[in-house]
Design a protein around this ligand. Sequence first.
Ligand code: KG4
Ligand code: ZN
Length: 397
Amino acid sequence: MKILSIETSCDETAVAIIECNGGFENPSFKILGNSLLSQIEIHKEYGGVFPSLAKREHAKNLVPLLENTLKQSSLYLEARPPSKISDEKIKEIEKILEKESGLFEKLKELLLKIEIPNVDTVAVTYGPGLEPALWVGLNFAKALSIAWNKPLTPVNHMEGHIFSVLMREKKEFLISNPPAERAGFQFPMISLLISGGHTELVLIKDWLDYEIIGQTRDDAVGEAFDKVARMLGLPYPGGPEISKLAEETRNKNYENKWSLPRPMISTDGFDFSFSGLKTSVLYKIKKLPEITDEIKKEIAREFEDAVVDVLISKTKKALQKYNAKTLIIGGGVVANKQIRQEFTKLADKQNIKLMLPENSLSTDNAVMIGIAGYFRFISNKKTRNPLELRAEGNLRL
Ligand code: KG4
Ligand code: ZN
């Protein structure tokens, strides 16, 4: 089956079409089309994501991205004569999109221009994330679902990050050709989710069956990276900047002069806390007459090491406690090279099957929403009318 997926939870507008087969037993995926527009340059001057601006940009980008994705997938077929969509449906779509500036007019033009594409469902992120941003994608998906008479499949963004590990972008098909079991998956699994808004340890008992066993009590890891970067005068998003600087010290003889704390590293349980670590950086740099480039590199390195130590320690304990042999790491922060390296070492040592997303699928994208949408769609757990669905900024797994 083919899934059209839409992601607008933060500052990336993304649309994808993927072909999915094999069900839970032997899932395989192929990307037919994948388009993404990042708003990073626009938000940079605010030092973070500005929700109403993100909303406006999503509304501007969605139709061109959809058009592009349909073309990549060879599902863009011009309609001659123009497609007929009943006045009633057009009115309904106009109402749904009334708060999304300019989106209705652009979408209507496209809908009349093309044949209904051969997709089986429209999957969309409905949370967690920035609510104004989520609403645009959700309303857009509802409008498509009505216009084309396709079922709507709501997706939890974090579940998307979990499933992002299943895709290998360069190869046509994914991992689980051979089947999941033979590829080394074993329940229960542990998933560490690390992004700009989340830091969670999740016990995956079975497909789609989750228990959050630990989470951050204050800042998320990505947020801490971004805030420390700002203190060091580095641009948004700070994660890649810190990581670049830290790397520059890794091949050198480095004397650690900074010794930052490893918050909650030896507490029982699996919760995290990163705000103390961030504040500790602040106190240290406040005392300095000048933050030289060399100091920035050293602090970046020590900060990254502190984060890695805490993440590794808690995850190791979780794997042991639940006797899990598979570890999935997802979320934008997993783009971090040091985190990848240290977890790879841990997995080798402990004989754990480690699943990481490809770099291009670590940060937000619509491919992962399509994969999660596939599993949700085939699991048939319909609870309510999807057209009544609301964006949920604080949605949990
Ligand atoms: O998953 P994501 O794209 O968006 C959210 O759902 O939050 O994650 C974005 C976060 C940002 O905080 C960004 O600084 C961080 O991921 N990030 C990194 C790296 N690349 C992105 N953090 C550390 N090292 C990186 N290389
Ligand atoms: Zn994300």
